[in-house]
Design a protein around this ligand. Structure first.
Ligand code: N01
Length: 557
């Protein structure tokens, strides 16, 4: 057997501690990746830090957690049987139901036998001679894998700010992104919430229902639109089930964000103020994320954007009775949509309740956490429970926690020190045979994540199949292709209003993190076509090779 044959894809399964592929994470990406690799007959091992599947839906169990993409679309499309049989109960599925769905998928496709739970991947080192990865996990064991797929999720690394005195707090402390498995009972308690992003905005009304006193510490107000969540009627479910083939195709190919919806034909300034308000009003009444798709230029033109932002600011003033509080809740520092808008149930109205107080910690910064409360702007606030809704080290945080060492011992953290660099969001030069799912440089968090996950998993599956068929075992992005892609991702982002916000898309929520617009904003349809074209051209921009140096092929720019 030649060196090339010994190293061929599919040969690892003969050794108990060697796999064709190690997958990091058993969320929606890791589970589907495993399913597809099995379909290729490859050996794969998934390492998952949690004790169950579901990824972000396993960790984010805070009260009110639910998806902001409608459930009939926030679901896998790869199995016709699965999408026909699963019964979503509401327009926006609550976290427990999404977790049940993830568990159903794991059982239905018999995935658990290849998933090792309660195990973190600590280190991955590329061996240039053996052309594979050595992967060390938290139980101390090291396994070898020809390929590593990082299915680590974009919003899974919960971030706690470095508050002075936090460890001295004597009450209960919870982070929305790392919530206990047992429900937390706030009945009769004095509760503080720090943070008013999506997690804060979803949990605040529910906490207010139970708590005897709720103090919300807000640094930056966010735009939020009503979810108008409701039970799904049999007719609504049947419509999707009957039309899934076309709905999924449109979501993948024609929608920028991977969500099937009515597309706007006009720009906001093409209509009179009265017509515009009527149209915004109709979207507001309908509810949901599509509010910012009322017109086709809201993300592009500041004057158009202002019309949508003004509408929401007026709604806040209408709902919140105390005009000072309403003013504090009106976002003024970023264009609407340049941070992910929030989708809520009764969020603004919660501030009309007598036991709910809003504290502006932009004007009065949090100085320290005290044993029984906190001090902000020289004033002391007492409470029994502290809820940190302070977000995530998004997109790169979970990858950065793994010590990944590529060619010549360079670590991924060193390479990404000034911001993540990838080709297509799928690979980074210097790190052969290492794939990232929905990584920076791909549409990722700007899209329906399941649409983007399925596209990446299927592209990687086809790629491995191609390599195996051609006797290739090593693949790497070229520097030139990566540089061009990084420039393109930046150019497209800077043609929009997105970079004007201090958002987690820009890494702006983590002190010291480089300010780079991380996701690719060109749209899932355009992006899919680019990825397909790259594959059709023999994986243009990647080098692919076999162990024997003479078999090097498909090296292109
Ligand atoms: O986190 P965030 P999130 N002192 O980063 C504040 C997805 N998601 O968990 O803006 C005081 O948005 C921070 O203030 P500021 C969704 O994509 C989806 O809420 O930095 N405050 C901000 O208010 C979302 O965008 C769903 O000034 C501090 C908040 O904490 C993403 O996850 C549900 C602070 C963090 O907001 C993240 O949402 C939930 C400090 N030192 C999440 N540090 C749905 O599907 C931070 N903050 C509906």
């Amino acid at each position: 057997m030649s060196v090339g044959q010994a190293n061929a894809i599919g040969n690892r399964s003969q050794d108990a501690d060697a796999y064709d592929v190690v997958i990091v994470g058993a969320g929606f990406a890791g589970m589907y990746m495993l399913h597809r690799l099995r379909g290729l007959g490859l050996s794969a091992r998934v390492f998952e830090q949690g004790s169950g599947v579901g990824g972000t839906w396993y960790w984010n169990r805070y009260p009110g957690a639910r998806c902001d993409v409608e459930s009939m679309q926030y679901s896998y499309s790869f199995s016709e049987e699965l999408q026909q049989e699963w019964e979503w109960s509401e327009r926006y599925a609550p976290q427990p139901e999404i977790l049940r769905y993830a568990n159903h998928v794991a059982d239905r496709f018999d995935l658990r036998s290849d998933i090792q739970f309660n195990t973190r991947v600590e280190r991955a080192v590329f061996d240039e001679r053996a052309r594979d990865w050595s992967v060390t996990v938290s139980d101390g064991k090291t396994v070898r894998a020809q390929f590593v797929v990082l299915a680590t999720g974009c919003l899974s690394n919960a971030r706690t700010p470095d508050f002075k005195g936090l460890s001295d707090f004597t009450g209960e402390v919870y982070h929305t992104g790392h919530w206990p498995h047992q429900p937390v009972d706030f009945t009769g308690k004095r509760v503080a919430v720090i943070g008013t992003g999506s997690s804060g905005i979803q949990s605040i009304p529910i906490i207010a229902d139970q708590a005897s006193q709720l103090t919300v510490f807000q640094r930056t107000p966010n735009f939020s639109v009503p979810a108008r969540n409701a039970p799904l009627s049999p007719e609504e479910r049947d419509f999707f089930r009957a039309n899934y083939t076309e709905i999924r195709r449109k979501a993948r190919e024609e929608m920028r964000n991977g969500i099937y919806q009515e597309l706007p034909e006009k720009g906001a300034l093409e209509e009179s103020a009265a017509d515009r308000n009527a149209r915004y009003g109709a979207r507001w009444d309908k509810g949901g994320l599509t509010f910012t798709a009322t017109y086709n230029n809201i993300a592009l033109d500041k004057a158009a954007n202002d019309t949508a932002a003004d509408f929401v600011r007026a709604k806040i003033a209408e709902i919140v009775k105390d005009s000072e509080v309403a003013k504090l809740l009106q976002p003024n520092d970023h264009p609407i949509g340049s941070k992910r808008i929030c989708v809520d149930t009764d969020y603004y109205a919660t501030y009309n309740r007598a036991h709910v107080e809003l504290v502006d910690v932009r004007a009065n910064p949090i100085e320290e956490i005290l044993p029984h409360g906190l001090k902000a702007g020289g004033k002391t606030y007492d409470f029994d429970v502290l809820v940190l809704a302070t977000g995530f080290d998004a997109m790169t945080g979970s990858v950065a926690r793994i010590d990944i060492s590529g060619r010549s011992g360079q670590t991924l953290n060193e390479k990404w020190e000034a911001g993540p660099r990838t080709y297509l969001g799928l690979m980074s030069e210097g790190f052969p045979n290492l794939f990232v799912i929905t990584g920076p440089g791909s549409p990722s968090v700007l899209s329906n994540m399941i649409v983007s996950i399925e596209q990446h998993v299927e592209w990687i599956t086809d790629c491995l199949d191609y390599m195996r068929a051609n006797g290739l075992d090593c693949m790497e992005a070229t520097r030139a292709a990566e540089d061009n892609w990084v420039d393109h991702v930046n150019d497209v982002a800077h043609g929009t209003l997105y970079p004007q916000a201090n958002s987690w898309y820009m890494g702006a929520n983590v002190p010291g993190k480089p300010r780079i617009f991380m996701p690719y904003i060109g749209g899932v349809g355009v992006y899919r076509q680019i990825c397909n074209d790259v594959a059709a051209k023999g994986y243009e921009g990647f080098t692919m090779s076999a162990a024997a140096p003479t078999r090097r092929v498909a090296a292109s720019s």
